[in-house]
Design a protein around this ligand. Structure first.
Ligand code: PLP
Length: 396
């Protein structure tokens, strides 16, 4: 994913890219992450962690797994991989779990329920946990949007039988996910290295993305030769394998597809990603993301036709993005794109067959919520430009 600058417009990355912002340890206030919730296995993606959680639970063919109607399509293939049937439950207008619908759908044969902390806002999981305990159903806490955060004195991930995380959404890394459990041993989850080719590719891709956005100029100069060497090595590897059927060097999750490849189940996250996790300063990341979120919220506060999905950012929450509800989302999306504002939508496309008749709120959220970046790598200049461009696009 290389970026092409337009003159006069800052080049703003949608997701965290490598710069110094994630790592400076000064101002690293004590915050807790999903990795603090229990025993941890670092894998290559969130969807692999979901598959491992389902395998650990012994979910089998013929059983059912409850998945939110508002979801990433990447959450479903691991369920199908177990031979189980996904059943979609409803969410409320603000994306909170619709407890009544969840209780109704917990029929015999349902083994597990996945709950997502959308956009980094921790759900109230006490009632969901109680319902799961009463019905003998396992809870998988999806922290893909919520790597950092706590609620009611517990780190995110502490309520679930298993929790899963997608480190790529919070850190400038090319692959990474986590399986976490506060309640069960992960002794049986044994991981091994995916090989030297994978290690090299991950490290160099992360650096290259940083360079593409003009970060890390000093490192770039130092690495000019190694990066050229990388292309040469790639060519050689391909030739040695006879061109065709080269093995996948990175999981699908790194290419923004929704596929799930079971070959990655037992693979450990790269050395590069694990080193980044060790070096990262979550307190600083959370503080910057909260500050950027507040900036965008202030930019649209008095404007007609838009409002933040949540009226306020709760203490202890670390936003993944700034979710903005728009009355006329398609027109606003187009105006923002024209201006070069990076943005995305969540929950679209849904898994085939899931639509407004499954859950009207999910369908509305998937179309009406526009997600703007608020990650830690954004600079002062970029934030000012983002806030101004957002105001302009809304009032145009
Ligand atoms: C991205 C995402 C996942 C899967 O994470 P990957 O690391 O991309 O496999 C799971 N759940 C939600 C809600 C997501 O947004």
């Amino acid at each position: 994913m290389l970026a092409h600058p337009t003159p006069g417009r800052p080049l703003i990355p949608l997701a965290p890219i490598l710069s110094a912002s994630s790592f400076r340890r000064a101002h690293n206030a004590p915050v807790r992450t999903v990795l603090d919730a229990g025993e941890v296995r670092l894998v290559t993606s969130g969807r692999v962690a979901i598959a491992l959680a389902l395998r650990e639970l012994g979910v089998q063919a013929g059983e059912r797994v409850l998945v939110p109607a508002y979801h990433s399509a990447s959450m479903v293939p691991p369920v199908l991989w177990r031979g189980a049937e996904p059943v979609f439950y409803r969410v409320c207008a603000d994306a909170a779990v619709d407890l009544e619908d969840l209780a109704e759908k917990m029929t015999p044969g349902v083994r597990a329920v996945m709950v997502t902390h959308y956009f980094g806002f921790p759900q109230d999981l006490a009632p969901v946990r109680a319902l799961c305990d009463a019905r003998g159903v396992a809870l998988i806490e999806d922290c893909a949007h919520c790597f950092i955060g706590e609620r009611d004195g517990r780190p995110v991930g502490a309520w679930g039988d298993y929790a899963i995380a997608s480190s790529m959404k919070f850190l400038p890394i090319y692959e990474g996910g986590a399986l976490v459990s506060a309640r069960h041993s992960l002794n049986k989850v044994v991981l091994r290295s995916a090989g030297a080719g994978f290690e090299l590719k991950v490290a160099l891709n992360s650096l290259e993305r940083g360079f593409a956005y003009g970060r890390l100029p000093a490192v770039r100069a130092a690495l000019r030769l190694p990066l050229r060497a990388k292309s040469a090595v790639w060519g050689l590897l391909k030739k040695r394998r006879g061109g065709g059927a080269a093995p996948m060097l990175a999981p699908d999750s790194s290419d923004s597809s929704f596929n799930f490849d079971p070959n990655w189940l037992d693979k450990r996250s790269s050395l590069f990603a694990r080193a980044m996790l060790k070096l990262a300063a979550p307190g600083r990341i959370a503080a910057l993301r909260r500050r950027h979120y507040a900036r965008l919220e202030a930019a649209v506060r008095d404007l007609p036709g838009v409002r933040p999905l949540h009226p306020r950012l709760p203490d202890g929450a670390c936003p993944w993005v700034f979710p903005l509800l728009a009355d006329d989302p398609d027109a606003l999306f187009a105006r923002l794109k024209t201006r070069g504002v990076p943005l995305t939508r969540f929950g679209t496309p849904p898994w085939p067959g899931v639509d407004a008749s499954t859950c009207a709120n999910s369908a509305r959220l998937a179309t009406h919520v526009l997600a703007l970046p608020c990650h830690q790598e954004l600079t002062e200049v970029e934030m000012s430009w983002l806030a101004a461009s957002l105001r302009e696009a809304v009032t145009a």
